[in-house]
Design a protein around this ligand. Sequence first.
Ligand SMILES: Cc1ncc(COP(=O)(O)O)c(C=O)c1O
Length: 453
Amino acid sequence: MATERSTFLLDETQIPTQWYNLVPDLPAPPPPPLHPGTREPVGPDDLAPLFPMALIGQEVTGDQYVDIPGGVLDVYRIWRPSPLVRARRLEKLLDTPAKIFFKYEGVSPAGSHKPNTAVPQAFYNHEEGVRRLTTETGAGQWGTALAFATAQYGMECEVWQVRSSYDQKPARRTMMEVYGATLHPSPSDLTEAGRSVLAEHPDSTGSLGIAISEAVEAALQREDTRYALGSVLNHVLLHQTVIGQEALLQLEQAEAVPDVIVGCTGGGSNFAGLSFPFIREKLAGRMDPVIRCVEPAACPSLTRGEYRYDFGDTIGMTPLLKMHTLGHGFIPDSIHAGGLRYHGMAPLVSHVYELGLAEAEAIPQLECFQAALMFARTQGIVPAPEPTHAIAAAIREANRCKESGEEKTILTALCGHGHLDMSAYESYLHGSMQDLDFPEEELRAAMEAVPVV
Ligand SMILES: Cc1ncc(COP(=O)(O)O)c(C=O)c1O
């Protein structure tokens, strides 16, 4: 009896050996980051106190491909290539003619896509003699990934975790400590940035923007220390393209071509990692998928934010980035998808959106968790709160196919599992989770503080 294949696996030899850079393939280059003082494009010297030269080079490279060093591939081999799965049991539940594929990044040691960039970031810092990395984390996935990556190269790691996640997810804290990292809730009294927020809001639940300010400030204080960012910047998006490159090969195995690609967007890295290699194919005329970003209704930077220069952090220490922003002072509600609580969108994803190569929708959290339960009860994997947005969007699309009878192929990234996010599921199952209204007035106030460039 013929069996229907559900899982598409690659051999270890098929792990990509290069990262793909979308920039040279775009019809127009993205606007450069600006120095906050001079408002001139930033140069390598401006970034050198924060990042190693190899990463600064990748941030601005015009090369279409960047070789992945052997020392990174050695660590990638712990979990890559990751599986591509056809969600046949979910399709059956939905009674849809659509085919739903998900690229599963939860098989990484940290449980998400974040090690794809944490490992090269730690590697290049280590190569250049850096001994300690500081960073922020929202959901805790990024902090865990960097803690794992720094452990691979014998480095120290110090993490400022957004207060709301620090309180909601004690197991994440322990996991980072298992890898040897030092944790601080943010805002903390260890930095000027943290103290200034606490002076105004002693009960602040924190935000990624505040945690970034703290980690940047701490990195600048020591010569042997640099800062690592888990999303937003070009080099981070570049590293994530292993996801989409593998998915292209796996869809070939499945003899499928995507009609719709959906990815959740916090700072934009997993979305970019999945979709950029497909945008390359789209621009070359080899396929024509609709590509859609999915964001939380409570933090809708693409669908409600303005496209303009803003700071990447709350205090205003980073270069000015041209991006869709809700204002660097905007503190999103404490939704459970902590990794999607960021005021801005990656400049490169924002640019792709402006060019009309991707569209966006915002989904409220109750619908996302309803979708997550359908997914968990059919496919077995309990998703992290962030990709529940992508699953909800895939289900919306599959339901539309049911109505129209179209047999579309939908591709999404299940960019992390939710094993350490049970408090979010508990709150949904016990009825205490709510959809939060988007505070229009707070948005207006935050936008007033955005510099006019
Ligand atoms: C599992 C997971 N997915 C998605 C995100 C959002 O980040 P990005 O948009 O950079 O993928 C995060 C961020 O912490 C995350 O932990």
